[in-house]
Design a binder for this molecule. Sequence first.
Ligand code: 2HA
Ligand code: ZN
Length: 271
Amino acid sequence: MKDILHAPFVEEMIDITANMYRLGWDERNGGNISVMLDPDEVAQYLDPDNVIRTIPTGFEAKPLIGKIFLVTGTGKYFRNIPKFPERDLGIIRIAPDGTTAELLWGYSDGGRFTSELPAHLMSHMSRLAVNPDNRVILHCHPTYTLAMNFVHPLEEKAFTHTLWEMCTECLVVFPDGVGVLPWMVCGNNEIGEATAEKMKQYRLVVWGMHGLYGAGKDIDEAFGLVETVEKAAQVYMLIGDRPRINTIRDEELVELGKAFGLDYRKDFLNL
Ligand code: 2HA
Ligand code: ZN
C-alpha cells in the first residue's frame, strides 16, 4: 500500500484548504469541501474492505451508493488541515443502504464529516445528473461576495448581471450564471435540498448572507469559479457608491459571447 498522506488527492486537499484559509475565506471552522474519488486510485492507498466505523448521514443518497468521497471534518479549521490531515479530513463510502457513511480513513479523533454533508451529497447528485464528470463541491465564506450580499439584491439575474459587468472574464468563466438562495439556517437537509435544486442549473450558488458554493470536475474548476466571483465582488465593493462613468455594456457582453462561442444565460442581460 502506498502512503495515503502522499496521495495526490490528499495533497491537493491540503493545498487548497491552506490556500483558502490564507485568502480569508475560511475563518475558524468555516467552509467545507467534498471530492469524489476514483475507487481504483483509493485502493492503491487503502483496503476498501477495512471499514473503521459507520456514521449515519441523516438522509438517503441512493445514486451515490458505493461512491467514495474525501470530505473535510465538522468543526475542523482549514488552517489546521496541513498539520493534522488524518484528524481533520476523512474518506467515506456511501453504504448499500444509501443512508450510512463507511469511514475508510481519517477523522482519527472520533470526528465526523462536515455538518453540510447533505448540501454536498445532494449537490453531487444534481451536478452528476447534468455532468457525469463532476467530482467536487466546495463551500466557503469569501469576504467580498459576502459583503456584496448585504448591499445588492439577492436575485439571480441581477446578481449575475452585476458580476458579469465587473470583470470581462466573468461571462467566460460562468456563462451559466450564479444561483442565489435567501438566508437560511445551515447544516440541515432543507438547505441541502434547496442548494441541490439550484445546482441542477448552476455550478455556483450563493447562500444569502452566508457564503458561496462552487462545483466542478476538479478542484481547479470549483475553486476557479469561486475566485472569479470573489474577484468581481471585490471590484463591486471597491467601486462602492462612487458614480460609475464606465461599464461593460450588455451589447459588449453579447460581442464577448459571440467571440468565445459561449452558451450563456441570455435572459440575464437587459436587452
Ligand atoms: O462548516 O461553513 O456552513 C462550517 C460552515 C457551515
Ligand atoms: Zn458556511
